[in-house]
Design a protein around this ligand. Structure first.
Ligand code: ATP
Length: 282
């Protein structure tokens, strides 16, 4: 894996401002980057606590992946400081994590904005599908909010490999995101574009419920039994467009090949979005 030299950043250009939270490898900060043209850019800075070469390499994997993407709804890699301590510099999403944002602003959301978020994520996932990338951890906790009208997919720590490895188990706080996972991922550790579609269905459900937790109160070990028995997440609310609820059911087809592709999902969401915009104006 190599990083294009365009991405190398001198530490002197970076100014850390405040901590945003803790990531898998270390603290994440908000900061500023001064460009060669003396422009100041808002950035997010990921740090890596452990500095052995194995950890550093695993940490940099996310940068190797992110540099391949250029999409309005995917967080952009700005650069990397490769001298120790290694830093990963990314575009800042000013309003933070989507789930927290949805919960904090419940009373302000209209269906149009919620469907817009789903459509934006679908366009990002369609882009990844075309590039043959499987994300494997699509959930509202991995989506960030830039402004009220724009969300971005983040967290590419898991997206590089198609097979599950030990790093994955250790990765997400020692837990697999069972409640988001497709049955074939739970049963056979099979991750494909079609298992991403299932996960995206759960993520759309989180969005449309404005931050409810899927299968709350159900033990991880019982989730797969429920799915095998045909149980699915409930209708998010009376305000959820019928066509969107139908789309969720399709994403949760037990048989992966019965699920729609991201291309189909995106076009369906565009059409629902147009319909909801017309409804809200009438
Ligand atoms: P995990 O696997 O546990 O999610 P991680 O290493 O992927 O960890 P993040 O969860 O992405 O780390 O980051 C930790 C915190 O920093 C989160 O609260 C997240 O909201 C915030 N954060 C990360 N990247 C950005 C960004 N580009 N803009 C704004 N906030 C960010």
């Amino acid at each position: 894996d190599v990083l294009s030299s365009d991405y190398h950043i001198d530490r002197k250009q970076i100014h850390m401002i405040e901590s945003l939270g803790n990531g898998q490898f270390g603290e994440v900060y908000r900061g500023m980057l001064k460009t060669a043209q003396q422009l100041e850019i808002n950035i997010a800075i990921k740090t890596c606590k452990m500095q052995d070469s194995e950890t550093t390499e695993a940490f940099l994997e996310e940068a190797y992946v992110m540099q391949k993407f250029d999409h309005p709804h995917i967080i952009k890699l700005i650069g990397v400081c490769t001298e120790h301590p290694v830093l990963l510099i990314m575009e800042l999403a000013r309003l933070g994590e989507l789930r927290a944002y949805l919960v904090a602003n419940r009373s302000d959301f209209d269906v149009v904005t919620l469907v817009l978020y789903c459509e934006q994520l679908a366009s990002a996932l369609e882009y990844l599908e075309a590039k043959k990338f499987v994300h494997r951890d699509i959930a509202a906790r991995n989506v960030l909010v830039s402004n009220h009208e724009s969300i971005k997919l983040a967290d590419f720590g898991l997206s590089r490999q198609l097979t599950l490895d030990n790093a994955y188990y250790k990765a997400s706080k020692g837990k697999l995101p069972i409640k988001w996972m497709a049955p074939e991922s739970i049963n056979f550790r099979r991750f494909t574009h079609l298992s991403d579609v299932w996960m995206f269905g759960v993520c759309m459900w989180e969005i449309i419920t404005m931050g409810k937790k899927p299968f709350q109160g159900v033990a991880n070990t019982d989730v797969i039994d429920q799915i095998e028995n045909g149980v699915r997440l409930p209708l998010p609310g009376a305000y959820c467009p019928k066509r969107l609820f139908d789309l969720l059911q399709e994403c949760w087809s037990y048989e992966p090949t019965n699920r729609p592709s991201f291309l189909q999902i995106e076009s369906c969401l565009k059409s629902i979005l147009n319909e909801e915009r017309l409804n809200s104006n009438s």
